[in-house]
Design a protein around this ligand. Structure first.
Ligand code: NAD
Length: 208
């Protein structure tokens, strides 16, 4: 089931709610009060209640939210219940580090294909995935791959994005410091840790 008309700002917060719910589920908590949930998230309860009300998760008065049920509902809204498959392009420092991260699976996401252009890397296996030649990126078509992760140097990023999109990818997580141009139906999220750090320094107390 797909839900419509949920504001982008709410969609941005849903993965945070998932992360908190994962912690609670791990601790064996079956329910959580909205107050406790807000405290865990360092957020305000009305905001959370409003966000969750968009998809009819109102909780039970006096009991709160059923942690597993709420997790499942958020997974469904984000489309993670269909276990989206992701292809990673660029098996360098960052690509390798991302592949080692076990956290993707907890959210219901799987990286199932890896591509690189380096002949020394093509053919090697990472976990149980064989690294494929980037020249064969078009073979992704028909493999039901909805997401692409770009961890190649910036000059190669646009070409890789174009090829991923041509192969049917509709969502791109871009780590390359490059502004990708994509058709309207494709969603790109660019992550730049250096830029985040640059922003963070603004908030540091100034020395007098
Ligand atoms: P790296 O040089 O270690 O790895 C790049 C990999 O991409 C290599 O394996 C290389 O063979 C491969 N590659 C190069 N051109 C390719 C192409 N056309 N097709 C397929 N594979 C290709 O670099 P890295 O340190 O892993 O960084 C990767 C990217 O991520 C860079 O764009 C870098 O600027 C960026 N980066 C972003 C962040 C961030 O916070 N967003 C942090 C670190 C790095």
């Amino acid at each position: 089931m797909r839900y419509h008309k949920i504001p982008d700002e709410t969609i941005k917060r849903l993965p945070r709610y998932m992360r908190a719910l994962l912690l609670l589920i791990k601790e064996g908590r079956e329910t959580v009060s909205s107050g406790k949930f807000a405290e865990l998230l360092r957020a305000n309860p009305p905001q959370i209640r409003k966000d969750l009300s968009y998809f009819g998760a109102f909780g039970t008065p006096g009991v709160g939210y059923d942690t597993k049920r709420l997790f499942g509902q958020i997974q469904a809204i984000l489309g993670l219940d269909s276990t989206p498959k992701a292809a990673l392009v660029g098996l360098g420092n960052l690509g390798t580090a991302l592949l080692k991260y076990p956290g993707f699976k907890a959210y219901g996401m799987h990286i199932t294909a890896i591509f690189d252009s380096n002949p020394e890397k093509i053919g090697e296996t990472v976990g149980d995935i064989k690294v494929e030649n980037v020249l064969e990126l078009s073979t992704l078509k028909g493999r039901n791959m909805s997401l692409g992760i770009i961890t190649v140097p910036a000059p190669a990023a646009q070409e890789i994005a174009d090829q991923l999109i041509a192969a049917g990818v509709n969502g791109i997580l871009n780590f390359a410091p490059y502004y990708l141009k994509v058709p309207e139906h494709v969603k790109v999220i660019t992550i730049d840790i250096a830029m985040e750090l640059a922003r963070l320094t603004y908030y540091l107390p100034t020395k007098t």
